[in-house]
Design a protein around this ligand. Sequence first.
Ligand code: FAD
Length: 475
Amino acid sequence: MTDEAKDKKPAKKPIPPRMDMPRQDPKARAKNFDEVALGYSEEQALAEANRCMMCKKPKCIDGCPVEIDIIAFIQLIKEGDFIGAAHKIKEKNSLPAICGRVCPQEEQCEATCILGRRHEPSAIGRLERFAADYELKHGNIEIPEKAPSTGKKVAVVGSGPAGLTVAGDLVKMGHEVVVFEALHKAGGVLVYGIPEFRLPKDIVQKEVDYLIKLGVELKTSFVIGKLMTVDELIEEGYDAVFLANGAGLPYFLNIPGENLNGVYSANEYLTRSNLMKAYKFPEYDTPIKHGNRVAVVGGGNVAMDSARTALRLGAEEVYLLYRRSRVEMPAREEEIENAEAEGIDFRLLTNPVKLHGNDEGWVTSVECVRMELGEPDDSGRRRPIPIKGSEFIIPIDIIVVAVGNGANPLVASTTSGLETNKWGYIVADEETGRTSKEGVYAGGDIVTGAATVISAMGAGRRAARAINEYLQNKK
Ligand code: FAD
């Protein structure tokens, strides 16, 4: 070897660009409810897995709220052991096909990925989805062995991600678990809120079926606080109760005209479409007003889902009215991009101040004011300030309000000795979910306020551990 050659360090392998995930064409998908993102093929997953630097001291795991061993599952994908990869993820996350689709990875594992410091980060969420889907398609979903029966009985209120997680964990620990769900289908926001084109409902149903196979009993159309109270559940012999009733009470704008017909909360609009299948009209005859011009107010995931649903229900113009600028939008970047590509008309720095209607009581237009951004407020985002005299009118047929949700007071107000905070959320210990009431635990959005699927699941997992310990010590 020449001296010159010896001096040369081995050239670093160039990092290829992040593997894009195929999606339905924006024009076609704006007219159907099929899933937008199509998932990686095996070749694409292998190529993306090979981009991972396999860091000895990885940071991605620190960014994952449930601490999935990300390096280990990507290594298994690299080796072609896709089912093994799914099993590895499931050691920490029982709903990977769901989280791979809806988790805000760009703010979590992918935000801390070391590769992301100089290049695009590893597509961890897409790889998680790939492994989970592969297992759903090709794997034998085995029912794990359960611990021997403890003779203890737990009631779970609500069947969203927090309730499903706690139920799965506790039943495997040998406890009898009954989930009480107010709606006629289990899954919480995963079935009534997030639309089919983002999260196919058969994936959620498979997870629910799996829990039933494990032995979880599900009582749907059962509203706790109306049919039975938490106190009555305890009197009836439940040894512990987990409250996972979510934050399903919609906030409104409190502006004149909000009682007109054609004004929907995003909750109602999405529930009618997703759960009651208005989008399959006339096969399902669910009343939902079809408008050619639809305004959606808000800038979060719920607003994006509502706007994109309106488009798919046949609207010609869908305006997204948001009082701040695009940078401050709380929705996932991927969903904002999808909405833009599909043709949603973003009216930024725009705030509705009044709704106008006709003699029959239907909304006909929204009066808005233009906004400018001032200093950051308590949320850390720049405060929107109305520009005097800038009012203008947008003609509309429907308006959907997606400005957030709060706690429904029903469960807390019918439970004796249960502490809530000033917003009505249940006060519970972060590590255990323990509330002020003996034997009653809580987690998910009803404790934190509207958050994420993975944080609700994390709360369910921690509470299951604590409830198990409580039951073991209970006489
Ligand atoms: P929920 O999922 O709200 O489930 C609560 C369940 O309790 C419901 O089924 C409800 O019917 C039931 N219930 C309520 N009261 C009673 C009662 N009295 N008796 C019996 N049952 C009752 N998060 C993400 O991470 N990524 C996303 O992309 C995303 N998109 C979203 C889109 C929309 C439209 C919405 C609304 C939310 C979105 N979120 C997203 C937030 C996420 O879905 C929630 O944070 C999560 O579902 C909270 O889980 P949970 O189990 O606490 O409650």
